[in-house]
Design a protein around this ligand. Structure first.
Ligand code: B12
Ligand code: SF4
Length: 476
C-alpha cells in the first residue's frame, strides 16, 4: 500500500479562485483508492494554499509518491512545486499527468525533477505503475508511461489502449478536497462527464492527445445517478460537464437529455466546454433548457470561411450561427470563444468577429491569442508558412498564465504588432459586450441600456474582481 499525494498546481487565470475540484486528478485519486492506496490531495489554485501549506502536508502525510495534474498553463508552476517536494525529501517519486506531459513526454522528462510521465487517460496506468513501483518491478512493462532507465535514458513506452467501458470507472474522489471551500455566491458546483474523445481534427486542439478520437459514452443513467449522489451527499446545486464533445454522438446526447428529464433533479448544469454549435438544434436546445442547462459555450474561432476551413473546424459560419440562434431562442446564456491569429486571419476578420458577437447578442464573447501547441498541425503550419517568436515548447515555458500573453507567431499579411493590437482591442470590446449583455439580461432592454452608460474599463474590472473572488456567478 503506497501513500500518494495528489497536487493541483496553482495558475493565475481569469477564473480566479477555483469553483470546483479538477476532474482528472479526482479520477486518479478514485482509481488509486479503489486499488487500496492511501491518497491525500491539495488544490494549490486557492490563494490561501501556500508553499507552507504544501510543506505542512508533506510533513504530516509523508507520501511515497507525488502526482501532479498539468496543463500548459501550470506546467512551470508544477515544476517549481515538484522541486519543493524534492527538497523536502529526495526519494519521493514525482509523477506528471494531464494534457501537457501527454503531448510532450520527452520534453517534460528533460527536467530531472520529473521521474515519470503518465500519458493520456490515466486511471488504469497509474494503478499498474504504483504497483510496479511498490514491488520494484521494471517499468518497461507498464504501457502508457515515460520514465528513465538505470542509465538515465528517457524511455517512452507504448501507449495504453483507451478504456472501452467507462462504466468500469469509479466515481471521482472529490471528497479528497474540502468541497465547502469551493462554494461561491450561493452555489456549490462539481464537474461531471458523459463522454470522452472527439473525432474532429481542429488543427490547434490538443484534446485528442489525452482522450483519443473515438467518442466513448457513459450510460446516461450512470451520469444522472452520479449527479443525484453528489446533490444528496454534498449539496451540489450546479454541475459543469467537462469533456471534448458532449453532443458529438447525437443518439447519446438525446438519451442523456431524456434521462435528465426523467430524473428531474433539483440542480442546474452548464456546458462551458465541449459543445459544437452544429449540434445545437432547436429541439436539443429546448431540451437543454428544460433539463436545467444554463450556459452553453461554443468554439466559433472565426467568422471567416477561409479561416474555419484552414483550421479544419468541420463547421461553416452558417451552421455555427444556426446553433447559436437556437440556443439564444431557447433562453440559454451563450459564451462564444474566438481565436485571433489562426491561419488566414487578419485584423479586418477580427473586427468582423467582434461585430458578429454584438449582432448575434452573444452573452459572453472571449477572444484568445492563437497558440501553436507543440506537436499540433497548427505548429506544422506555422513552421511552413509563418515565423515563430518562441519555439512551441519554449512558449509554454515562458507564457504560463493569462497575464503574460504574447504573440506566439505571425505570418505574411498579419504581422506580430498588428495581431497584438487587434487582440487587445477585441478583448476589450468583448468585455464591453459581456457587460452590456449582463445588464440587459438582468434589468431588461430599456433599463439595461441606460445602465450601460456606466460601461467602462473601471466598472468592468470591478465586475471581474467580484467574479474572481466568487462574490458573483454567471447569470442563470
Ligand atoms: C473542462 C476543461 C476546462 C475547465 C476546467 C475545470 C476544472 N476545474 O477541472 C475550465 C473551463 C476551467 C478550463 C480552463 C482552461 N483550459 Co481547459 N479544458 C477542459 C477540457 C475540455 C476537459 C478537461 C477534463 O476535465 N477532462 C476530464 C478528465 C477526466 O480528464 P483529464 O483532466 O485529462 O485527466 C485525465 C488524464 O489527463 C490523466 N491525468 C490528469 N492529471 C493527472 C495526474 C496524474 C498524477 C496522473 C497519473 C494522470 C493524470 O488521467 C486523467 C483521467 O484519465 C480539456 C480538453 C481535454 N480533452 O483535456 C480542456 C484543456 C485541458 N484546457 C485547455 C486550456 C488551454 C485551458 C485554458 C488555459 C483556456 C483559457 N485560455 O482560458 C484554461 C485554464 C486552465 C487552467 N490551468 O486552469 C487545454 C490545455 C492544453 C494543454 N496542452 O495543456 C485543453 C487540453 C483543451 C485544448 N485547447 O486543447 N478548462
Ligand atoms: S471539436 Fe473541439 S475537441 Fe474536437 S478537435 Fe475541435 S476543438 Fe478539439
Amino acid at each position: 500500500m503506497a501513500k500518494i499525494l495528489l497536487i493541483v498546481p496553482g495558475s493565475k487565470t481569469f477564473y480566479g479562485e477555483p469553483r470546483y475540484p479538477a476532474a482528472g486528478i479526482s479520477m486518479i485519486g478514485a482509481a488509486l483508492q479503489k486499488a487500496g492506496h492511501i491518497v491525500r490531495a491539495i488544490d494549490m489554485r486557492f490563494s490561501k494554499a501556500t508553499d507552507e501549506s504544501l510543506t505542512r502536508l508533506l510533513q504530516e502525510f509523508k507520501p511515497d509518491i507525488a502526482g501532479f495534474t498539468v496543463t500548459n498553463w501550470d506546467f512551470c508552476e508544477s515544476l517549481r512545486l515538484a522541486e519543493r517536494v524534492r527538497q523536502f525529501r529526495a526519494d519521493i517519486v514525482t509523477i506528471f499527468g494531464g494534457p501537457q506531459p501527454s503531448l510532450c513526454p520527452n520534453e517534460t522528462m528533460t527536467s530531472e525533477t520529473v521521474d515519470i510521465v503518465v500519458l493520456g487517460e490515466g486511471e488504469v496506468t497509474v494503478v499498474e505503475l504504483v504497483e510496479a513501483l511498490e514491488n520494484r518491478r521494471t517499468l518497461s512493462d507498464v504501457a502508457g508511461i515515460a520514465f528513465r532507465n538505470k542509465s538515465g535514458e528517457v524511455i517512452v513506452n507504448a501507449p495504453r489502449s483507451l478504456i472501452s467501458d467507462l462504466s468500469t470507472l469509479p466515481r471521482p474522489a472529490y471528497q479528497l478536497f474540502n468541497l465547502s471551500d469551493y462554494a461561491a455566491s450561493g452555489e456549490r458546483r462539481l464537474g461531471i462527464f458523459s463522454t470522452r474523445g472527439c473525432p474532429y481534427g481542429c488543427i490547434f486542439c490538443t484534446g485528442r492527445a489525452v482522450m483519443g478520437r473515438k467518442i466513448r459514452c457513459r450510460l446516461p443513467e450512470d451520469v444522472a445517478t452520479e449527479m443525484q449522489y453528489w446533490h444528496e451527499t454534498a449539496g451540489i446545486t450546479h454541475f459543469c460537464f467537462n469533456e471534448d464533445n458532449l453532443l458529438g454522438k447525437q443518439r447519446h446526447g438525446e438519451a442523456l437529455l431524456e434521462k435528465l428529464d426523467e430524473a428531474k433533479l433539483p440542480v442546474t448544469y452548464s456546458l462551458e466546454v465541449g459543445v459544437r454549435a452544429d449540434a445545437l438544434s432547436d429541439e436539443i436546445c429546448a431540451k437543454l433548457k428544460k433539463t436545467g442547462c444554463t450556459i452553453v459555450a461554443v468554439g466559433i474561432e472565426s467568422v471567416d470561411p477561409q479561416v474555419l476551413k484552414l483550421a479544419n473546424k468541420g463547421e461553416t459560419i452558417e451552421t455555427i450561427t444556426r446553433g447559436i440562434r437556437a440556443a439564444k431562442n431557447a433562453g440559454l446564456f451563450v459564451k462564444g470563444y474566438f481565436i485571433v491569429g489562426l491561419p488566414g486571419d487578419s485584423a479586418d476578420k477580427v473586427r468582423q468577429a467582434v461585430d458578429y458577437a454584438e449582432r448575434e447578442e452573444i452573452d459572453m464573447p472571449r477572444f484568445a491569442l492563437a497558440q501553436a501547441f507543440p506537436h499540433t498541425e497548427l505548429a506544422d503550419w506555422v513552421q511552413q508558412h509563418g515565423k515563430f517568436y518562441y519555439p512551441p515548447y519554449e512558449y509554454v515555458l515562458e507564457h504560463t498564465d493569462e497575464f503574460h500573453g504574447d504573440v506566439h507567431y505571425d505570418f505574411p499579411g498579419f504581422p506580430k504588432e498588428e495581431i497584438w493590437q487587434i487582440y487587445c482591442w477585441a478583448h476589450d470590446r468583448a468585455e464591453a459586450v459581456s457587460f452590456k449583455r449582463a445588464l440587459i439580461r438582468r434589468f431588461g432592454k430599456k433599463t439595461g441600456k441606460i445602465l450601460n452608460l456606466a460601461n467602462n474599463r473601471f466598472s468592468r474590472q470591478a465586475v471581474i474582481w467580484l467574479y474572481q473572488h466568487k462574490l458573483i456567478s454567471l447569470p442563470k
